[in-house]
Design a protein around this ligand. Structure first.
Ligand SMILES: Cc1cc2nc3c(=O)[nH]c(=O)nc-3n(C[C@H](O)[C@H](O)[C@H](O)COP(=O)(O)O)c2cc1C
Length: 235
């Protein structure tokens, strides 16, 4: 399994060292490529600290946030939320490979400090920056969460009949981030076909679906069709 999937955890405490020019250029190139391919409008904001300055808004969980990825797009784009999740997770894994820390954030920041052009909607932000060892606070947040990872049998209907490669890839799904660790995306293996869906009851469900699909693809080798309930095609 890709190291970045195993190593990634939400990082909320950054060092005071800002991203350097090389990192900024690399991230910008990644964003340009995604925007071109997927029709999204992802951008890098280097002075995102204000959005995380108000302790009551960020729940005091974030420290030294500077750069943030603004996860935005034209809301009329088809499957827009799933694409935000899918490509955001692709980015996050690459950022992990670069040794940088990051965290999906949909709620605990102040949206007023992020300017969104007319005709676009912001779905989330992803603070990104340099990190030290995992702090006690991060360990505590992560510790409570890891205990709450659902077993594969709860995330995969048909797990008794599923081949080993599906069960292996479901481990990557277990490790995928979801909003408030809800783990809503659900997979089904039936009649030799694998599909992924989500109820859509929660506002971030479709973003979570895109994230989970990306992790599954990375581990299994292959790709999903776009859409809720869509099918996976193995390489
Ligand atoms: C779409 C999405 C939105 C999230 N929003 C927030 C947020 O507003 N604040 C926060 O501290 N964490 C947020 N998270 C991070 C989750 O809490 C975290 O991914 C989850 O608890 C699992 O922990 P892990 O990422 O360390 O594996 C979000 C995650 C996702 C996928």
């Amino acid at each position: 399994m890709r190291e970045a999937i195993l190593n990634r955890i939400s990082r909320r405490t950054f060092t005071e060292e800002a991203l350097n020019q090389e990192e900024i250029s690399k991230i910008q190139a990644m964003l340009d490529e995604i925007n071109q391919e997927a029709g999204l409008a992802l951008s890098l904001m280097l002075d995102g600290e204000e959005a995380f300055a108000n302790r009551s808004k960020s729940y005091g969980m974030f420290k030294n946030v500077k750069a943030i990825l603004v996860m935005k797009a034209d809301p009329s784009l088809e499957n827009v939320e799933e694409k935000i999740g899918y490509y955001g997770q692709a980015l996050m894994l690459d950022l992990t490979d670069m040794g940088l820390g990051s965290c999906w954030v949909a709620g605990t920041f102040n949206k007023d400090y992020v300017e969104i052009p007319e005709g676009q909607e912001m779905y989330c932000v992803i603070p990104v920056g340099h990190i030290d060892k995992v702090t006690m606070k991060e360990k505590m947040i992560r510790g409570t969460i890891s205990k709450n990872r659902k077993p594969i049998s709860e995330r995969l209907t048909g797990s008794e009949d599923a081949p080993q490669w599906v069960l292996e890839a479901m481990k990557a799904v277990q490790l995928a981030p979801t909003a408030v660790n809800s783990q809503h995306p659900h997979f089904t293996y039936a009649g030799g076909k694998l599909t992924a869906d989500v109820s859509g009851e929660w506002p971030t469900d479709l973003v979570d679906l895109g994230i989970a699909k990306k992790n599954f693809e990375e581990a299994a080798g292959g790709c999903f069709d776009l859409g809720n309930g869509a099918e996976f095609h193995k390489n």
